[in-house]
Write a protein that binds this ligand. Structure first.
Ligand SMILES: NC(=O)C1=CN([C@@H]2O[C@H](COP(=O)(O)OP(=O)(O)OC[C@H]3O[C@@H](n4cnc5c(N)ncnc54)[C@H](O)[C@@H]3O)[C@@H](O)[C@H]2O)C=CC1
Ligand SMILES: O=C(O)CCC(=O)C(=O)O
Length: 529
C-alpha cells in the first residue's frame, strides 16, 4: 500500500543499490525511465526529489511539470544535463556528488590512454577471430614522453598524478589554475597552443560549458604534434568528433580514446569503427566503488534537503560551506525571521542579520538565507528555500546585510534579525543557541528581554499594563483547550509584552477575542512547527 505522507523520491536512472539503503524507509521510492520524456514529465509531478545520472535531461520543462520538487540530485559530477538556473528560479536545490567518481574517471582515462598506445582492443579482437598477428600491433611507450592535461581540476590532477608514474613530462592548460599550484604538482602550465605543439598524448578533463564546447576542432588538431594520442573521458562535444575521426584516419592524430559523445546514448558516431580509436560507452564512473559513493552521497544530501536543512553539496545555494559552529544557528535564525514575519507580515525593505560574540569569528554568509526563509514565510505563496531566497529578496527589493560584532554582553553568541518596513517601522528579534543540548531560545523582541525556547507555538501580546491580564488570557486560552507551557511578561511603565509558549496552534478566532478582552494593540501567533 502506498503511504502518500512520505516524501516521494523519484529515481530516473539505474543507481547503485546503496542508494536505497541510504534513503531508508522515511521516503517513498518510485522509478521512471528518465529518457522517456512523457513518463518523466508525468512522474515528476508528485516527486519531492529527483535522482538522475547523466542521461536524464532536467530542464525548465521538467521544473514546469513539478508541483513540490525540492531537490534534484545528480549521482555523479557533471551537471550539464541539469539546467541549474531553471532549478534556482523554481527554488529547487541541485546537488551532485562532486568527488564520488573522480578516481574512477581518472583511472578510466589512464586505461584508455594505455589501450590506445598498445592497441589492446584491436589486438584482442584478432585473437577472438583466431588470428595471431603480432607484427600488426606495434605500440608506443609513454616513458619519456610529454603528456598534456587540458583542465587541471579534480580529475585532471588525479590523472596527472597517476600517469606521472610512467615517467612522463607533464604539462597542462588551465587558465583558472595558478602556476604555483601546478608547480606543486610537478606540472608546467602552458597555453593551449603550446600544449598542442608539445604533447605526445593529451587528456581532456574539462567541464562542458559554452567556452569549452568544441575547444578542440580541426584547427587545433592540425597544430598538434603529428601522431599525438588524444583521450576524452570528460564530456562529448569538447572535441569535434568529425574532425577527430578525420585526423586519426589521416595519421595526424596517432589514436584516440573516447568515453563520451556529443549525443548520448548513441550507437552511431564518426568515431566508431576507425582503426586507432578506442571507444567506451561513458564508463568513466562505472565502477562499484564510484556508484556506491555517488548513491550514498546524494541520498544523504536528499535526506538533508527534504528535511529543509542546509546541504553541503548543493551547487545553487549562496553562502558556501557551513561550519559546525554555524549549523545550529540556521534553524534558529529562520525562526527569528518567522517571528518578524508575524510581527509585520509584509515584505520589509531591508533585513539585517547582526552576529555577536564567538559566532562572529565564523563564516556566517549563509545566515541571511535562513533569515529570509523566515521573513518571507508569510509574504510569498511559493516555497522559500536556501536556493531561491536571494532571488526573492532581489525581486521584492529587499536589501540584505550581515553585521558582525565580537562583543556579546550576555550570551556566548547572539544573533539579531532586524527588519525595516517601507514606512520605516523597525522590528527586531534576537536569539541564541544555548548549552550542550543546543536549545534554541528567543532572548529579545523589540528591545525587551525574554528567555523562551523557540519551539512549538508562541503567542505574543502587546497591551497596556494593568492587574489581571495574565489571568484573563490564561482563562480564555484554557476555555479554548489551549495549555500554557511557559509564560513571560516584560513590563515598562504602562506598557507590557507577554509571550506564551502553548501546546497547540491557536487560530485567530480564538486569539482575536482574547486580544480584544485585554485591550491588546498587537496579538500574534508564531508557529515554529
Ligand atoms: N567519463 C565520466 O564518466 C566522467 C566524466 N566526468 C567529467 O570530467 C570533467 C572534469 O571533472 P572534474 O575534474 O571533477 O571538474 P573540475 O571542476 O574539478 O575541473 C575542471 C577544470 O577545468 C578547468 N576549466 C574550466 N574551463 C576551462 C577552460 N575554458 N579552459 C581550460 N580549463 C578550464 C577548471 O579551471 C577546472 O580546473 C567534467 O566534464 C565531468 O563532467 C566526471 C566524472 C565521470
Ligand atoms: O556514470 C555516470 O553517472 C556519469 C558520470 C559522469 O559523467 C559524471 O559524473 O560527470
Amino acid at each position: 500500500m502506498t503511504n502518500t505522507s512520505r516524501p516521494v523520491v523519484l529515481i530516473a536512472e539505474k543507481l547503485a543499490p546503496s542508494v536505497l539503503d541510504a534513503l531508508g524507509d522515511g521516503v517513498e521510492v518510485r522509478h521512471v525511465d528518465g529518457t522517456d520524456r512523457a513518463a518523466l514529465l508525468e512522474a515528476v509531478q508528485d516527486a519531492d526529489a529527483l535522482l538522475v545520472r547523466s542521461a536524464t535531461q532536467v530542464n525548465a520543462e521538467v521544473f514546469a511539470a513539478t508541483r513540490k520538487l525540492k531537490v534534484v540530485a545528480r549521482a555523479g559530477v557533471g551537471l550539464d544535463n541539469v539546467e541549474v538556473p531553471a532549478a534556482t528560479q523554481n527554488g529547487v536545490m541541485v546537488v551532485n556528488a562532486p568527488t564520488s567518481n573522480i578516481v574512477s574517471a581518472a583511472e578510466h582515462a589512464v586505461a584508455l590512454l594505455l589501450a590506445v598506445a598498445r592497441q589492446i582492443p584491436a589486438a584482442h579482437e584478432t585473437l577472438q577471430n583466431h588470428e595471431w598477428k603480432r607484427s600488426k600491433f606495434n605500440g608506443v611507450e609513454l616513458n619519456g614522453k610529454t603528456v598534456g592535461v587540458v583542465g587541471l581540476g579534480k580529475i585532471g590532477q588525479l590523472f596527472a598524478q597517476r600517469i606521472a608514474a610512467f615517467g612522463v613530462n607533464l604539462i597542462a592548460y588551465d587558465p583558472y589554475v595558478s602556476a604555483a599550484r601546478a608547480a606543486q604538482l610537478g606540472i608546467e602550465l602552458v597555453s593551449l597552443e603550446e600544449l598542442l605543439e608539445r604533447s605526445d598524448a593529451i587528456s581532456i578533463h574539462l567541464p562542458k560549458t559554452p567556452e569549452t564546447k568544441g575547444l578542440i576542432g580541426a584547427e587545433q588538431l592540425a597544430k598538434a604534434k603529428r601522431g599525438v594520442i588524444i583521450v576524452n573521458a570528460a564530456r562529448g562535444g569538447l572535441i569535434d568528433e568529425e574532425a577527430l575521426a578525420e585526423a586519426v584516419k589521416e595519421g595526424q592524430v596517432g589514436g584516440a580514446g573516447v568515453d563520451v559523445f556529443s549525443t548520448e546514448p548513441t550507437t552511431e558516431s564518426p568515431l566508431f569503427n576507425v582503426p586507432g580509436i578506442v571507444v567506451t560507452p561513458h564508463l568513466g564512473a562505472s565502477t562499484a566503488e564510484a556508484q556506491d559513493r555517488a548513491g550514498t552521497d546524494v541520498a544523504k544530501s536528499v535526506a538533508l534537503a527534504l528535511a529543509g536543512e542546509f546541504v553541503p553539496d548543493a551547487v545553487n545555494v549562496q553562502g558556501g560551506a557551513v561550519g559546525e559552529e554555524v549549523r545550529p544557528y540556521l534553524p534558529l535564525v529562520q525562526k527569528l525571521g518567522t517571528v518578524l514575519s508575524a510581527l509585520s507580515p509584509k515584505a520589509p525593505t531591508s533585513v539585517t542579520v547582526e552576529v555577536r560574540g564567538e559566532l562572529s569569528n565564523e563564516d556566517v554568509a549563509v545566515l541571511p538565507l535562513a533569515a529570509l526563509r523566515g521573513v518571507f514565510s508569510k509574504v510569498v505563496e511559493s516555497q522559500v528555500t536556501f536556493v531561491n531566497a536571494p532571488q526573492l529578496a532581489e525581486d521584492l527589493g529587499v536589501s540584505v546585510e550581515v553585521v558582525k560584532e565580537t562583543e556579546s554582553p550576555n550570551h556566548r553568541s547572539l544573533v539579531t534579525v532586524r527588519a525595516v518596513a517601507a514606512d520605516g517601522t523597525t522590528n527586531s528579534v534576537s536569539g541564541t543557541v544555548s548549552g550542550i543540548a543546543q536549545v534554541e531560545k528567543l532572548v529579545n523582541i523589540n528591545g525587551r528581554n525574554f528567555d523562551l525556547r523557540a519551539e512549538g507555538t508562541v503567542l505574543l501580546l502587546e497591551y497596556p499594563d494593568r492587574p489581571g491580564v495574565m489571568g484573563t488570557v490564561g482563562t480564555l486560552l484554557g476555555e479554548a483547550g489551549v495549555n500554557i507551557e511557559a509564560a513571560q511578561i516584560s513590563q515598562t511603565g504602562d506598557d507590557a509584552v507577554m509571550v506564551l509558549r502553548v501546546d497547540r496552534p491557536v487560530d485567530t478566532q480564538v486569539l482575536d477575542p482574547i486580544g480584544a478582552s485585554v485591550g491588546a494593540r498587537t496579538v500574534r501567533s508564531v508557529d515554529f512547527g
